[in-house]
Ligand binder design. Structure first.
Ligand SMILES: [Zn+2]
Length: 382
C-alpha cells in the first residue's frame, strides 16, 4: 500500500493524524511508514521536512518506491494512530522562497526566454542561475512583476496531467520526464514540473526581493529572499542602517553621502599624518649625534619611515646606521644603511647572532629578526 503524500496537493497542512502501516529496524533507527504523511522527503532544490511523529523527532526521510520512510529513534506499533507535526516555520519559509523562485523563473522565461538552469536554497538566501544575461534594470522590472503576482493573490494549482495532456502542455522542466508528472501552475505567471510542496495562493508567499546578481557561466546568478526570510533580512538591514545613521549623525537616507565625506576626510587626514610623521622622523634624525662607529635606533614606524631615517643618519656614522621597528614579543623589522661596509656580508652574521632574515644591496639591507632589543643594541653598539 502506498502512502498518501499530503504535501503533493496541500503544502499548508502542517499537522495531521495518520496510521502506522509498517515499522521495522533500519540503519539509524526505526523505519516507519504511514497511510498518509505531510513529510516531504526533499527534492527539486528543497530540503526534507523537519518535524515529529507522536513527539518523536523524525531523524531522516527517504522515498522508497511509492512510500515515504520516516526514520525515528524509537519504534511505533503497526496500526497505531499518530499525530504528525511539521516544523511549520521551516516548511513555510521554504515554500515561500520556493514559490518566489517559480514566479521569478516563470516571468524571466516568458519575458526573455531564459531558463532556470540551477536552483539552490542556501542558509543566507536562495539563488537561481539563468542561461542568459539580464541587466539590473530588467531584474527590477522582473521583481516588480513578481510582487504583482503576489498582491494579485493568484491560485497555485497542482496538476497531474495524463501523458496525452502533457503532450500539449507548455511547461518549464529541467529534465525529460517520464511516469506521473506533477505540474505546479501559477495562473498567468508560471507552469513548471516540480515535486516540492507549494502554498495554495501567491499571497502566502509574501514579498519577493531580488537582492543581487552576478555574471555566472555565460548567464547570471540571482540572489533572492521571499516572505518571512525577506522580512528578517529587512530587519537586519534596517538595524544596520539605523546604527550607521546614529554613528554618522546623518539621516538614514543620507548615509552613503556621509560615508563618502568621511572617506574623503580620512584620506586627507592620512596624508597630513604621513607628513607629520615624516617631519617627526626628520627631527629625530637631526637629534642623533655624529659618531665614528654605529648608530642603532628603535622607532615605531613603517618601512618607509625606517628608510627615511636611515638615509638621513647614514652620513652621521662611520659604520652602520641600523633602524629597528617592533617589540620583543613579536620581533623587529629593520633597515640598515652604510657608506663604508658591504652589508650583504652582515646578513649571515646577523642570522647567527640575532636570528635575522633579510637581503638587499651592499649599501642598504632590510629584513626581520627575533632577538630582544637588549641583544640588538649590544650587537650594534659593540
Ligand atoms: Zn519547484
Amino acid at each position: 500500500m502506498s502512502t498518501e503524500k499530503i504535501y503533493e496537493t496541500r503544502g499548508d497542512v502542517y499537522v495531521t493524524t495518520a496510521t502506522v502501516t509498517d515499522c521495522r529496524p533500519v540503519e539509524g533507527g526505526f523505519g516507519v511508514t504511514l497511510d498518509r504523511t505531510p513529510f516531504f522527503p526533499g527534492g527539486g532544490g528543497q530540503e526534507p521536512d523537519v518535524g515529529e511523529i507522536n513527539s518523536i523527532p523524525v531523524i531522516k526521510l527517504q522515498e522508497v518506491e511509492d512510500n515515504i520512510l520516516h526514520i525515528l529513534a524509537s519504534p511505533l506499533q503497526v496500526g497505531e494512530q499518530t499525530t504528525c507535526t511539521l516544523n511549520e516555520d521551516v516548511r513555510l519559509r521554504r515554500m515561500q522562497n520556493h514559490g518566489g523562485e517559480h514566479i521569478v523563473s516563470g516571468i524571466v522565461n516568458r519575458k526573455y526566454g531564459f531558463n532556470n538552469v540551477g536552483f539552490h536554497m542556501g542558509a543566507d538566501d536562495i539563488t537561481i542561475d539563468f542561461d542568459g544575461v539580464l541587466t539590473r534594470e530588467q531584474l527590477c522590472e522582473v521583481e516588480l512583476l513578481a510582487n504583482r503576482a503576489v498582491v494579485e493573490n493568484r491560485p497555485i494549482s497542482i496538476l497531474f496531467p495524463s501523458a496525452e495532456q502533457l503532450e500539449s502542455l507548455d511547461y518549464r522542466s529541467k529534465k525529460a520526464l517520464s511516469g506521473k508528472v506533477r505540474i505546479v501552475e501559477i495562473e498567468g505567471f508560471d507552469r513548471c514540473a516540480c515535486c516540492a510542496p507549494h502554498l495554495p495562493y501567491t499571497g502566502m508567499i509574501g514579498m519577493i526581493k531580488i537582492l543581487d546578481f552576478i555574471h555566472y557561466k555565460g548567464g547570471i546568478r540571482v540572489h533572492l529572499l521571499c516572505g518571512l526570510d525577506a522580512l528578517d533580512d529587512y530587519h537586519r538591514r534596517y538595524a544596520a542602517s539605523a546604527e550607521i545613521s546614529a554613528l554618522l549623525s546623518a539621516p538614514q537616507g543620507d548615509i552613503a553621502a556621509a560615508v563618502g565625506r568621511l572617506h574623503e576626510e580620512n584620506g586627507q587626514l592620512r596624508g597630513e599624518m604621513g607628513e607629520l610623521r615624516r617631519k617627526l622622523l626628520t627631527l629625530r634624525a637631526e637629534s642623533v649625534p655624529e659618531t665614528d662607529s654605529n648608530i642603532c635606533l628603535f622607532e615605531d614606524t613603517d618601512a618607509n619611515g625606517m628608510r627615511h631615517i636611515a638615509n638621513l643618519c647614514v652620513g652621521k656614522c662611520g659604520g652602520m646606521c641600523a633602524v629597528f621597528s617592533g617589540d620583543d614579543k613579536n620581533g623587529y623589522k629593520f633597515i640598515i644603511a652604510s657608506r663604508t661596509k658591504n652589508l650583504r656580508e652582515l646578513i649571515p652574521l646577523m642570522r647567527d647572532a640575532l636570528s635575522a632574515r633579510g637581503g638587499g644591496k651592499p649599501e642598504m639591507i632590510q629584513g626581520s629578526c627575533e632577538a630582544t632589543r637588549d641583544k640588538i643594541e649590544k650587537y650594534f653598539n659593540n
